[in-house]
Write a protein that binds this ligand. Structure first.
Ligand code: AMP
Ligand code: MG
Length: 359
């Protein structure tokens, strides 16, 4: 499509299902766009995806171009039925069947050996393919209407925070894609967990809502995270190509502050005073309890410090809000690193360029 045409928006009325007949007609139209090689952004339970036909290398090429994404950063293929897994993969291991049964549809992406049906363009040149079945009625209907295989990265310009509402998708993608399915706000707000089942060792390549503990329980083995993600100074490169790039970053400088809660509060308060004295516009992302105590230009709060789910849910929205308000420095309190907290810390570090202040 040409760059100056507006993206057509299809608003879904019953986005949590059951879908109305009108909704299904709109989704069928979007499926037709995909079959014809076009691009459509759509909601999932994690973040909005930017979809194209995964089995058409031209469509995948268009996805990289629309996002400004390096073409060696592979796309996740979204399916809507287990019957469709065999066509795109070789050697499905037992572990994949166990995890699919337990977590699909859901926020878990599995890396498997790819079949010849999947173009190398979709997998960034790799012989493996990332596959997921999203837990969202609009997404599942859309995948079905499109022929069963949607390649979709997050629907943001490469490097920016992932979009959690249709409005944020349009902010980045208007005129760059053919259509957008507006299915309201995403439930989880952080991207899926990625687990590698094709390598020498079963490993989490990107932490997410489904934690290592949950995966370990399901498989009866200890599942660990790719060590390159945990230590920014690690000599090895992260195995998921996407985790090598600066990512999820707003315009303003993100400063995560980690330590004992009282000291974190004192350190951020001091930083805000100094920044304000220099005329720098400030923002804070903090727990509910501290929201009224900070003196910053923009304050966004989640729940308690031990409630990582609440913080994960608002994280990208808060970063995008800060951009809308032209905030220059964004302090972020440290929420728990338990549960989805590991995924939150991983995204936070990426958004901050792998640095934080320890107090
Ligand atoms: P996004 O589409 O923005 O959620 O990013 C997808 C993530 O999955 C990126 O970090 C990719 O590098 C990663 N990924 C996709 N396919 C593969 C694969 N075959 N092997 C390893 N990582 C992958
Ligand atoms: Mg992304």
């Amino acid at each position: 499509m040409t760059g100056n045409l507006d993206t057509k928006v299809y608003k879904i009325e019953n986005c949590h299902g059951p879908l109305s007949e009108e909704d299904k007609v709109k989704i069928a139209e979007c499926g037709e766009i995909i079959r014809n090689g076009g691009l459509v952004a759509f909601p999932t339970e994690t973040v909005y995806g930017l979809g194209g036909d995964a089995l058409n290398s031209l469509s995948s090429g268009r996805i990289y171009a629309a996002k400004g994404r390096p073409s060696d950063n592979p796309l996740i293929v979204h399916i809507c039925s287990m019957d469709d897994l065999g066509r795109i993969t070789e050697d499905i291991p037992e572990e994949a069947l166990i995890l699919a049964k337990k977590f699909w549809p859901g926020p878990l992406t599995m890396i498997l050996k790819k079949s010849d049906a999947v173009p190398l363009k979709t997998t960034g040149g790799l012989e493996t393919v990332a596959v997921r079945m999203p837990d969202n009625p609009v997404a599942l209907e859309f995948i079905k209407a499109s022929g069963g295989y949607i390649a979709a990265p997050s629907a943001n310009i490469s490097g920016k925070p992932s979009p959690t509402t249709a409005g944020y998708v349009l902010e980045d993608m208007n005129g760059r894609i053919d259509a957008l399915i507006d299915g309201g706000e995403n439930d989880i707000g952080l991207e899926s967990t990625i687990i590698d089942l094709a390598g020498d060792k079963i490993q989490v390549l990107r932490p997410g809502f489904i934690t290592n503990e949950i995966l370990s329980d399901a498989l009866g083995i200890k599942v660990e995270t790719d060590p390159a993600l945990l230590d920014p100074n690690c000599k090895e490169r992260p195995k998921a190509p996407g985790m090598r790039y600066r990512h999820y970053a707003p315009e303003g400088e993100v400063i995560p502050v980690r330590g004992e809660p009282d000291r974190v509060f004192a350190h951020i308060s001091e930083g805000l005073v100094k920044a304000a004295a220099k005329g720098i516009k400030t923002g804070v992302l903090c727990c509910l309890e501290n929201a009224s105590k900070y003196d910053a230009d923009v304050i966004r709060h989640a729940g308690a410090l031990d409630d990582a789910e609440s913080a994960a849910h608002i994280f990208y929205t808060a970063l995008r809000d800060m951009d809308d308000e032209n905030v220059e420095v964004i302090y972020v309190e440290n929420f728990t690193d338990r549960g989805v907290g590991e995924a939150l810390w991983n995204r936070l570090l990426k958004s901050a360029g792998s640095k934080w202040e320890e107090v």
